[in-house]
Design a protein around this ligand. Structure first.
Ligand SMILES: [Zn+2]
Length: 380
């Protein structure tokens, strides 16, 4: 087989190709890539297995499952002032989550319900990022006795490809490089690549250098793909405020991500009233059965929610469990977000191939198609 060089560029939107000359020196077959409803936690397992979330069992990072509460968070939860409480919690979690403590929770999950959620064990910086029970690319390569080498970096630094200290890695057949820079840029600046030209150039440089380096000694198949696009944020909507008249844990439970809110209900009347509120909301919609089926979200239990409410493209649920508060001096409101229904053009990722095979790319390529293309490159 040829050497296979894979660059997984988080949040590289298809639209960026029209706005830049990205890698115009190389000859690529290019396809827009329809993403999945969800975040990287949902999309990565589907990329590496070719299966939908209902088959991998992994969708959102957090799911409803009762566990032992964190007692320290209970105490922090007693601080009456909202801003002080969240400020202390922010520094507490930052300190301890680095050592993998308190990693079953998140800053914005209210202390009274934090023990009702667990986190899928996803580590974006390793490969595979999560252990799957189904077939997956790592298992396929092992079965075929193909050596591979993975690296993750938040930035596209040159030594990222082949660190001189580990020359033996160059003998691998497959190189997988995961670059997360553009996701942060898209959130910060919105989907406007003119504001992150330098980062794009660094990535181009990294890809070209590594492609040329490998090409000196082998035939190379170069594949570049992303997991989703980026949508311009135009509106913040306070969904939690609309639920003030209901009692959490008694009437309902909710997990509010920045663009997706998932509900569980314990009271028929409250359920009917909350559904009415959501149906009247003009900033999002409740997923219907056809959507749940087409996005591959027919789970056999309700750990990911009884009802899913998705923000319209450009709307951010704020406050959310991801971002409960605007901290002075720390971070800003995002100008770009992802996690909307995949029909909107801004959500499209990209798939690019440079090599001598015919991958038969189409304009309707989906996240779950990537795996078959990679397999084809390995077995041909
Ligand atoms: Zn992101």
């Amino acid at each position: 087989m040829n050497k296979l060089l894979i660059f997984f560029i988080d949040a590289f939107a298809y639209d960026y190709l029209e706005k830049t000359n990205f890698l115009s020196d190389l000859n690529f077959d290019v396809s827009p890539l329809e993403t999945l409803l969800g975040y990287s936690s949902s999309i990565m397992p589907s990329i590496w297995s070719g299966r939908y979330p209902e088959e991998t069992g992994v969708w959102t990072e957090f799911y409803h499952h009762k566990r032992k509460p964190y007692t320290s968070l209970k105490m922090i939860g007693k601080i009456p002032d909202y801003y002080l409480r969240n400020g202390i919690k922010y520094f507490f979690l930052r300190l301890f989550q680095k050592t993998h403590n308190y990693d079953q929770t998140l800053l914005g999950i209210p202390e009274s319900i934090e023990h009702l959620f667990c986190r899928n064990n996803i580590n974006y910086w390793i490969f595979p990022p999560v252990k799957l029970s189904c077939d997956s690319f790592d298992k396929f390569m092992k079965k075929k006795n193909i050596s591979y080498d993975f690296d993750f970096h938040a930035y596209a630094v040159p030594q990222f490809l082949f660190p001189s200290s580990s020359q033996s890695r160059i003998s691998s057949n497959v190189f997988i490089r995961y670059i997360a820079t553009l996701d942060a840029c898209g959130h910060l600046y919105g989907p406007k690549p003119r504001f992150f030209k330098d980062q794009l150039q660094d990535i181009e440089h990294l890809i070209l250098t590594s492609y040329r380096m490998l090409s000196k000694t082998s035939d190379v198949d170069l594949v570049i793909f992303s997991d989703h696009g980026m949508t311009n944020v135009t509106k913040q909507y306070n969904l939690l405020e609309k639920l003030d008249n209901f009692t959490i844990k008694k009437d309902y439970l909710v997990f509010v991500d920045s663009t997706i809110a998932r509900f569980w209900f314990f009271n028929v009347n409250a359920k009917a009233q909350i559904i009415q509120i959501l149906e009247q909301c003009t900033y999002g919609h409740i997923l219907n059965n056809a959507e749940i089926e087409s996005y591959g979200l027919r789970f056999t239990d309700n750990r990911y929610g009884d009802l899913i409410f998705v923000a319209d493209p450009g709307v951010e649920f704020f406050p959310s469990f991801m971002r409960p508060i605007r901290f002075p001096f720390i971070g800003t409101d995002p100008k770009g977000l992802h996690g909307y229904t995949p029909e909107h053009p801004s959500t499209r990722g990209v798939f690019m191939y440079c090599g001598n095979k015919d991958l038969k790319l189409s304009n309707t390529m989906k996240i779950t198609d990537i795996y078959q293309k990679l397999k084809l490159l390995i077995i041909s």
